[in-house]
Design a protein around this ligand. Structure first.
Ligand code: SF4
Ligand code: SF4
Length: 380
């Protein structure tokens, strides 16, 4: 496993990091399959993955405890644990400390190697400052409870510049993949962090799995170029080819995904110029499909009207790529009427939480109209 170090960080971090948002689930439930997760983590550990990421809200607020419980089986100094302060949940200044204490308890540790202010954006800067979040966390660092302090980010490059300039952060986590390189200005975000000397932790290198299925033409282009490489490996390599990237997080739910990522990162080969250009051609094909740029993070849930937003978008996106009409109508029917798009009353609550800033009610209308159209087509 390739390890990377940076001048401001003395650690040797594995290029592949284990993202804690998509642990394996018990079939037909939203409950984490703990033995299966432990097995995955054991395989990752044995293959040199030493960065494990979690956050307060993941898996219905159970992920920290699950990950901490599994990591207890390994010497504390054999892994880096990253956790994040849910800044949007803070209602008063004292809660910076109470959430932090709770997270240490949940994880069963007495320090975090990497600690991030979670999901920073322009709207959260005033809370960051008025609740003295940075100073409070620096006090924790001085007490040895945080080794490196950073933030994760979803907003424009201009906002990123502002946040970077506010404090002496040590690293940052951004969404970086070959779709968002232009779509969400990840190129500019990466450059800002590089110029500021902050190593980058990459999240969503495959955009929640969307970049694993590029459609027939996109897939063919990549397979023609390298028949033995998986489509996912191109996404991991795109992110990891950037020299200021410290670690690429992947939320792995299956052993095959982990094995594939291990294969990609064990003797890492950056993308050549020719491969970059092939990937861009595949991306053009993917974009033609018109998929909704949802990562499946589920931050928008629960919808008060019962709409299962991420599942609806996943079903729709699968259809846009595959063009299987029956697959669309069948999966949509299986959702249950109470979770379908037409239940949306456009209250806007979900949009406040969507890091991708999707106009969710508009997309739901688009899905509903398409499902109705396809139903008529199938019925004929
Ligand atoms: S806008 Fe629609 S989907 Fe979003 S929370 Fe409100 S009802 Fe649910
Ligand atoms: S709609 Fe937004 S918040 Fe909801 S799952 Fe998709 S990307 Fe995440």
């Amino acid at each position: 496993m390739e390890k990377r170090t940076f001048t401001n960080l003395k650690e040797s971090v594995s290029l592949l990091g284990f993202g804690g948002m998509r642990f394996p689930l018990i079939k037909d439930t939203t409950e984490v399959d703990i033995p299966a997760t432990a097995e995955l983590i054991d395989l990752a550990m044995k293959n040199g993955v030493n960065y494990y990421d979690t956050a307060y809200p993941y898996h219905g607020e159970k992920a920290e405890e699950i990950l901490g419980g599994i990591l207890k089986n390994y010497p504390r100094e054999s892994f880096y644990l990253a956790d994040k302060l849910p800044i949007w949940m803070l209602e008063k200044e004292e809660e910076v400390d109470s959430y932090f204490e709770e997270q240490l308890r949940r994880c069963g540790v007495d320090y975090f190697d990497f600690y991030l202010v979670h999901s920073m954006n322009g709207g959260r800067i005033s809370k960051l400052e008025s609740f003295k979040v940075y100073d409070k966390l620096m006090a924790r660092k001085e007490r040895g409870q945080i080794r490196y302090l950073g933030f994760s980010f979803h907003d424009s490059p201009e906002v990123l510049e502002e946040i970077v300039s506010l404090h002496s952060w040590e690293f940052a986590q951004i969404q970086l993949n070959y779709l968002d390189w232009e779509l969400q200005h990840a190129d500019r975000q990466y450059q800002i962090l590089e110029e500021a000397g902050l190593p980058v932790i990459v999240m969503e290198p495959l955009r929640g799995g969307s970049l694993v299925n590029l459609g027939e033409k996109g897939t063919q282009l990549l397979k023609d170029a390298s028949p033995d490489l998986s489509i996912a490996s191109w996404g991991i390599r795109f992110a990891a080819s950037k020299p200021n990237v410290l670690c690429v997080l992947s939320g792995m739910s299956e052993k095959a995904q982990l094995e594939d990522n291990l294969e990609t990162t064990k003797e890492f080969q950056p993308l050549s110029e020719q491969e970059e250009s092939i990937l861009q051609s595949a991306l053009v094909e993917y974009k033609k499909a018109g998929a909704i740029p949802c990562t499946g993070c589920r931050y928008c849930m629960e919808c008060p009207s019962g709409v299962d937003i991420p599942r609806i978008f996943a079903i729709y996106n699968a259809y846009r790529i595959s063009h299987h009409s029956f697959g669309l109508t069948n999966s949509y029917w299986m959702l249950g009427e109470e979770h379908q798009a037409h239940r949306c009353v456009e209250c806007g609550q979900c949009m406040e939480h969507c890091p991708q800033k999707l106009t969710i009610p508009e997309y739901l209308k688009e899905v509903h109209a398409e499902v109705e159209r396809v139903k008529k087509e199938v019925d004929h």
